[in-house]
Design a protein around this ligand. Structure first.
Ligand code: URA
Length: 207
């Protein structure tokens, strides 16, 4: 991976389009993914959301946050008054990693090494998009943006991402797939807390 990262850094993309072309033609670190899922949204978006890695649907369609977790995020964004189309959505890791269970492709969490392999891309991407605020959705995004494993429960809220050198304000919240995995009786409260986070994000973006 160290050599791969050096090779990435040698590529020196001059624009987001250049960078995306590089990402799109690079083989996944772990074989299996259909395609790289690129970030989506306008350059200069006020808010950039960073997830973990594409899921099954994202991998098939080539777009971030369109499966069940993405739909939940999109709904919460709308309720918080954040326009998805005006926001930038991306992932710490650009390829879907899974294990097969029968015909089902079950999401497998990326390792710290994989997150670090993809980090150079994420960093360049955020340079080009230059959002005001970067929102980490869950622990993998936090790891990509800080280099540390930080429990979400303790760091939730406004946060400084060391690796971004204060270029952008940061904010930490849970990943929407966490909400989907909760037992039914816990879902409502957890969703409300997630919505509160997104409302704070909207307010910070509007400042
Ligand atoms: N989960 C993520 O982290 N990213 C996606 O694009 C979809 C699900």
């Amino acid at each position: 991976p160290a050599r791969a990262v050096a090779a990435m850094a040698d590529q020196d993309p001059k624009s987001l389009k250049d960078l995306n072309a590089i990402i799109a033609r690079t083989e996944p670190l772990v074989p299996g993914a259909t395609q790289a899922v690129l970030g989506e949204g306008p350059i200069g978006a006020t808010v950039a959301f960073v997830g973990e890695q594409p899921g099954d649907q994202e991998d098939l369609k080539g777009r971030p946050f369109i499966g069940p977790a993405g739909q939940l995020l999109t709904r919460a964004m709308a309720e918080a008054g954040i326009d998805r189309e005006a926001s930038y959505l991306t992932n710490a890791v650009k390829h879907f990693k899974f294990t097969l269970r029968g015909k089902r492709r079950i999401h497998e969490k990326p390792t710290a090494g994989e997150v670090s392999h993809y980090r150079w891309w994420l960093d360049r991407e955020l340079d080009f998009v230059a959002p005001k605020l970067v929102v980490a959705l869950g622990a993998t995004a936090v790891l990509a943006l800080t280099g540390k494993s930080i429990p979400i429960t303790r760091s939730r809220g406004p946060f400084r991402f060391d690796r971004l050198d204060n270029r952008f304000q940061g904010y930490i919240t849970v990943h929407p797939s966490y909400l989907l995995r909760l037992p039914d009786e816990a879902k409502e409260e957890a969703y409300a807390a997630f919505l509160e986070d997104l409302k704070r994000v909207a307010a910070l973006g509007a400042e």
